[in-house]
Unconditional design. Structure first.
Length: 81
């Protein structure tokens, strides 16, 4: 997701190939429009073409997955005897 304007109800998505596509608020599935800062969010979508214009439809914001943190083992800092 490049950006989405909640007031104007549209934004732009970049494809993996670097193509910039328009997305309307109604193009999001189940009304799942982005809220707040969404730049860099992962979005799955279908590309449709109307004449020469290509746009994103059936867009879905993918949930963010937090990276797992390494666990610290108890006693890991104790010297072995």
């Amino acid at each position: 997701m490049l950006w989405f304007n909640e007031v104007k109800d549209f934004g732009f998505i970049t494809t993996e190939a670097g193509e910039r596509l328009y997305v309307d608020g109604t193009g999001f599935v189940r009304g799942g429009r982005p809220q707040g800062r969404c730049a860099g969010s992962v979005v799955s979508f279908h590309v449709t073409q109307d004449g020469e214009k290509r746009r994103a439809e059936q867009a879905v914001l993918e949930p963010e997955i937090s990276p797992r943190r390494a666990r610290r083992h108890h006693g890991a800092n104790r010297p072995r005897v």
